[in-house]
Design a protein around this ligand. Sequence first.
Ligand code: PGA
Length: 259
Amino acid sequence: MRRPIISGNWKMYKDINEAIELANAVKRGVFDVENVEIVICPSFTNLSELGEMFVGSNVSVGGQNCYWEKEGAYTGEISVPMLKSVGCSYVIVGHSERRKYFGETDETVNRKIAAVLEEELVPIMCVGETLEEREAGKTLEVVKDQVVGGLRNFQETQLETLVIAYEPVWAIGTGKTATPGQAQEVHAMIRSLMAECFSPAFADAVRILYGGSVKPDNVGELMAERDIDGGLIGGASLKAEGFVDMVKTTSQLYAEKKG
Ligand code: PGA
Protein backbone atom coordinates (compact mmCIF):
# COMPACT_ATOMS: atom_id res chain seq x y z
CA MET A 1 0.00 0.00 0.00
CA ARG A 2 1.19 3.53 -0.76
CA ARG A 3 2.26 5.49 2.29
CA PRO A 4 0.25 8.72 2.50
CA ILE A 5 1.84 12.17 2.64
CA ILE A 6 0.34 15.22 4.27
CA SER A 7 2.32 18.27 3.33
CA GLY A 8 1.81 21.84 4.46
CA ASN A 9 2.69 24.55 1.94
CA TRP A 10 3.11 27.69 4.02
CA LYS A 11 3.62 29.87 0.94
CA MET A 12 4.77 33.40 1.77
CA TYR A 13 3.39 33.38 5.30
CA LYS A 14 5.06 33.41 8.74
CA ASP A 15 8.15 35.28 9.85
CA ILE A 16 10.75 33.37 11.80
CA ASN A 17 9.07 33.74 15.21
CA GLU A 18 5.65 32.79 13.92
CA ALA A 19 7.16 29.88 12.02
CA ILE A 20 8.89 28.49 15.11
CA GLU A 21 5.69 28.74 17.11
CA LEU A 22 3.62 26.98 14.47
CA ALA A 23 6.27 24.32 13.87
CA ASN A 24 6.48 23.56 17.58
CA ALA A 25 2.74 23.16 17.84
CA VAL A 26 2.69 20.85 14.81
CA LYS A 27 5.55 18.78 16.18
CA ARG A 28 3.79 18.30 19.51
CA GLY A 29 0.48 17.49 17.85
CA VAL A 30 1.73 14.79 15.47
CA PHE A 31 4.52 13.18 17.49
CA ASP A 32 2.78 9.81 17.77
CA VAL A 33 1.68 9.47 14.13
CA GLU A 34 3.65 6.75 12.38
CA ASN A 35 1.89 5.80 9.18
CA VAL A 36 1.80 9.22 7.47
CA GLU A 37 4.74 11.09 5.96
CA ILE A 38 4.44 14.63 7.31
CA VAL A 39 6.13 17.45 5.42
CA ILE A 40 6.25 21.17 6.10
CA CYS A 41 7.34 23.55 3.35
CA PRO A 42 8.02 26.94 4.92
CA SER A 43 9.58 29.94 3.20
CA PHE A 44 13.32 29.83 2.55
CA THR A 45 14.14 32.14 5.46
CA ASN A 46 12.57 29.69 7.92
CA LEU A 47 13.98 26.49 6.50
CA SER A 48 17.24 26.31 8.36
CA GLU A 49 15.69 26.82 11.78
CA LEU A 50 12.82 24.43 11.12
CA GLY A 51 15.14 21.87 9.58
CA GLU A 52 16.99 21.77 12.88
CA MET A 53 13.84 21.73 15.00
CA PHE A 54 12.50 18.66 13.22
CA VAL A 55 15.71 16.60 13.33
CA GLY A 56 14.89 13.21 14.82
CA SER A 57 11.14 13.83 14.60
CA ASN A 58 8.51 12.41 12.26
CA VAL A 59 8.21 15.73 10.40
CA SER A 60 10.32 16.56 7.36
CA VAL A 61 10.91 19.90 5.72
CA GLY A 62 10.77 20.83 2.08
CA GLY A 63 11.45 23.83 -0.14
CA GLN A 64 8.69 25.55 -2.09
CA ASN A 65 10.88 26.04 -5.14
CA CYS A 66 14.49 25.73 -6.28
CA TYR A 67 16.79 26.63 -9.13
CA TRP A 68 18.30 23.91 -11.32
CA GLU A 69 21.94 24.99 -11.25
CA LYS A 70 24.01 23.92 -8.26
CA GLU A 71 25.61 27.33 -7.78
CA GLY A 72 26.56 30.39 -9.76
CA ALA A 73 25.80 34.02 -10.45
CA TYR A 74 22.01 33.73 -10.18
CA THR A 75 21.07 36.49 -7.79
CA GLY A 76 18.08 35.64 -5.65
CA GLU A 77 17.95 31.95 -6.51
CA ILE A 78 18.35 28.96 -4.20
CA SER A 79 19.94 25.69 -5.32
CA VAL A 80 19.01 22.16 -4.35
CA PRO A 81 22.35 21.49 -2.57
CA MET A 82 21.61 24.60 -0.48
CA LEU A 83 18.19 23.24 0.42
CA LYS A 84 19.72 19.90 1.28
CA SER A 85 22.32 21.53 3.51
CA VAL A 86 19.61 22.98 5.77
CA GLY A 87 17.79 19.69 6.16
CA CYS A 88 15.29 19.63 3.30
CA SER A 89 14.24 16.31 1.95
CA TYR A 90 11.43 17.43 -0.39
CA VAL A 91 11.04 20.23 -2.93
CA ILE A 92 7.77 21.46 -4.42
CA VAL A 93 8.24 22.05 -8.13
CA GLY A 94 5.88 23.77 -10.58
CA HIS A 95 3.31 25.06 -8.13
CA SER A 96 0.58 26.90 -10.05
CA GLU A 97 1.50 30.17 -8.35
CA ARG A 98 5.02 29.77 -9.73
CA ARG A 99 3.63 28.97 -13.15
CA LYS A 100 1.26 31.96 -13.02
CA TYR A 101 3.42 34.69 -11.46
CA PHE A 102 7.00 33.58 -12.06
CA GLY A 103 7.03 32.12 -15.54
CA GLU A 104 7.46 28.45 -14.58
CA THR A 105 6.91 26.17 -17.56
CA ASP A 106 6.89 22.41 -18.06
CA GLU A 107 10.43 22.77 -19.32
CA THR A 108 11.72 24.55 -16.21
CA VAL A 109 9.78 22.07 -14.08
CA ASN A 110 11.57 19.27 -15.93
CA ARG A 111 14.99 20.80 -15.26
CA LYS A 112 14.20 21.43 -11.61
CA ILE A 113 13.03 17.86 -11.09
CA ALA A 114 16.33 16.65 -12.52
CA ALA A 115 18.21 18.89 -10.08
CA VAL A 116 16.13 17.68 -7.13
CA LEU A 117 16.66 14.02 -8.04
CA GLU A 118 20.36 14.52 -8.49
CA GLU A 119 20.66 15.50 -4.83
CA GLU A 120 18.40 12.61 -3.85
CA LEU A 121 15.63 14.82 -2.58
CA VAL A 122 11.97 14.09 -3.30
CA PRO A 123 10.31 16.24 -5.95
CA ILE A 124 6.64 17.10 -5.49
CA MET A 125 5.58 18.00 -9.01
CA CYS A 126 2.41 20.11 -9.16
CA VAL A 127 -0.02 20.04 -12.05
CA GLY A 128 -3.56 21.30 -12.51
CA GLU A 129 -5.98 23.03 -14.86
CA THR A 130 -7.48 26.52 -14.67
CA LEU A 131 -11.21 27.13 -14.42
CA GLU A 132 -11.30 28.16 -18.06
CA GLU A 133 -9.63 24.92 -19.09
CA ARG A 134 -12.02 22.86 -16.97
CA GLU A 135 -15.04 24.64 -18.39
CA ALA A 136 -13.75 24.04 -21.90
CA GLY A 137 -13.60 20.30 -21.11
CA LYS A 138 -9.81 20.26 -21.36
CA THR A 139 -8.89 19.16 -17.85
CA LEU A 140 -7.49 15.73 -18.66
CA GLU A 141 -5.63 16.95 -21.71
CA VAL A 142 -4.00 19.88 -19.85
CA VAL A 143 -2.97 17.79 -16.88
CA LYS A 144 -1.65 15.04 -19.13
CA ASP A 145 0.50 17.54 -21.06
CA GLN A 146 1.91 18.97 -17.81
CA VAL A 147 2.77 15.54 -16.45
CA VAL A 148 4.37 14.38 -19.69
CA GLY A 149 6.24 17.68 -20.11
CA GLY A 150 7.50 17.70 -16.55
CA LEU A 151 8.74 14.11 -16.75
CA ARG A 152 10.19 14.23 -20.26
CA ASN A 153 13.37 12.16 -20.77
CA PHE A 154 13.33 10.51 -17.37
CA GLN A 155 13.62 6.76 -16.96
CA GLU A 156 11.37 4.97 -14.53
CA THR A 157 14.34 4.04 -12.33
CA GLN A 158 15.18 7.72 -11.82
CA LEU A 159 11.68 8.55 -10.63
CA GLU A 160 11.29 6.07 -7.80
CA THR A 161 10.68 8.80 -5.21
CA LEU A 162 8.59 11.11 -7.40
CA VAL A 163 5.44 12.57 -5.88
CA ILE A 164 2.80 14.21 -8.07
CA ALA A 165 0.34 16.77 -6.70
CA TYR A 166 -2.87 17.41 -8.61
CA GLU A 167 -3.98 20.91 -7.73
CA PRO A 168 -6.79 22.37 -9.82
CA VAL A 169 -5.95 26.07 -10.03
CA TRP A 170 -9.57 27.09 -9.44
CA ALA A 171 -9.55 25.26 -6.11
CA ILE A 172 -6.40 26.82 -4.70
CA GLY A 173 -7.05 29.33 -1.97
CA THR A 174 -10.62 29.80 -3.17
CA GLY A 175 -12.50 27.63 -0.72
CA LYS A 176 -13.82 25.68 -3.73
CA THR A 177 -12.61 22.12 -3.37
CA ALA A 178 -12.84 19.63 -6.19
CA THR A 179 -15.41 17.02 -5.29
CA PRO A 180 -13.86 13.68 -4.38
CA GLY A 181 -15.21 12.37 -7.69
CA GLN A 182 -13.65 15.18 -9.74
CA ALA A 183 -10.30 14.72 -8.02
CA GLN A 184 -10.41 10.92 -8.32
CA GLU A 185 -11.08 11.14 -12.06
CA VAL A 186 -7.89 13.13 -12.64
CA HIS A 187 -5.82 11.05 -10.22
CA ALA A 188 -6.89 7.86 -11.98
CA MET A 189 -5.96 9.38 -15.36
CA ILE A 190 -2.52 10.35 -14.06
CA ARG A 191 -1.98 6.85 -12.69
CA SER A 192 -2.91 5.17 -15.94
CA LEU A 193 -0.72 7.63 -17.79
CA MET A 194 2.17 6.53 -15.57
CA ALA A 195 1.45 2.90 -16.48
CA GLU A 196 1.57 3.84 -20.16
CA CYS A 197 4.73 5.96 -19.92
CA PHE A 198 6.59 3.70 -17.50
CA SER A 199 5.08 0.50 -16.13
CA PRO A 200 2.05 -0.75 -14.20
CA ALA A 201 4.29 -1.35 -11.16
CA PHE A 202 5.52 2.23 -11.25
CA ALA A 203 1.97 3.54 -11.64
CA ASP A 204 0.86 1.47 -8.71
CA ALA A 205 3.60 2.81 -6.45
CA VAL A 206 3.70 6.51 -7.36
CA ARG A 207 2.02 8.79 -4.85
CA ILE A 208 -0.44 11.36 -6.14
CA LEU A 209 -1.52 14.08 -3.70
CA TYR A 210 -4.54 16.31 -4.03
CA GLY A 211 -4.31 20.03 -3.27
CA GLY A 212 -6.79 22.88 -3.39
CA SER A 213 -8.81 24.03 -0.40
CA VAL A 214 -8.22 20.84 1.59
CA LYS A 215 -9.40 21.40 5.16
CA PRO A 216 -10.26 19.38 8.24
CA ASP A 217 -13.85 18.86 7.18
CA ASN A 218 -13.17 17.56 3.67
CA VAL A 219 -9.85 15.76 4.08
CA GLY A 220 -11.51 12.44 5.02
CA GLU A 221 -13.71 12.14 1.94
CA LEU A 222 -10.83 13.11 -0.36
CA MET A 223 -8.33 10.69 1.19
CA ALA A 224 -10.87 7.89 1.02
CA GLU A 225 -10.65 7.94 -2.79
CA ARG A 226 -8.68 5.09 -4.26
CA ASP A 227 -6.06 7.08 -6.14
CA ILE A 228 -5.58 9.97 -3.68
CA ASP A 229 -2.50 9.36 -1.56
CA GLY A 230 -2.35 12.48 0.56
CA GLY A 231 -2.68 16.23 0.45
CA LEU A 232 -0.71 19.36 -0.34
CA ILE A 233 -2.32 21.88 1.94
CA GLY A 234 -1.94 25.65 1.83
CA GLY A 235 -4.22 27.89 3.88
CA ALA A 236 -5.40 25.20 6.27
CA SER A 237 -1.81 24.21 7.12
CA LEU A 238 -1.20 27.58 8.77
CA LYS A 239 -3.19 26.62 11.87
CA ALA A 240 -1.57 23.91 13.95
CA GLU A 241 -4.77 22.43 15.27
CA GLY A 242 -6.32 22.01 11.84
CA PHE A 243 -3.15 20.62 10.31
CA VAL A 244 -2.70 18.09 13.11
CA ASP A 245 -6.32 17.15 12.72
CA MET A 246 -5.85 16.46 9.00
CA VAL A 247 -2.75 14.34 9.67
CA LYS A 248 -4.67 12.31 12.24
CA THR A 249 -7.73 11.82 10.05
CA THR A 250 -5.48 10.54 7.28
CA SER A 251 -3.58 8.32 9.68
CA GLN A 252 -6.78 6.76 10.96
CA LEU A 253 -8.15 6.17 7.49
CA TYR A 254 -5.00 4.36 6.45
CA ALA A 255 -4.84 2.32 9.62
CA GLU A 256 -8.37 1.14 8.89
CA LYS A 257 -7.56 0.38 5.26
CA LYS A 258 -4.63 -1.73 6.33
CA GLY A 259 -6.44 -3.43 9.14
P1 PGA B 1 -4.86 25.91 -0.48
O1 PGA B 1 -3.50 25.81 -1.30
O2 PGA B 1 -4.92 24.71 0.41
O3 PGA B 1 -4.76 27.21 0.29
O4 PGA B 1 -5.97 25.91 -1.47
C1 PGA B 1 -2.98 24.60 -1.77
C2 PGA B 1 -1.67 24.83 -2.45
O5 PGA B 1 -1.51 25.90 -3.06
O6 PGA B 1 -0.76 23.99 -2.41
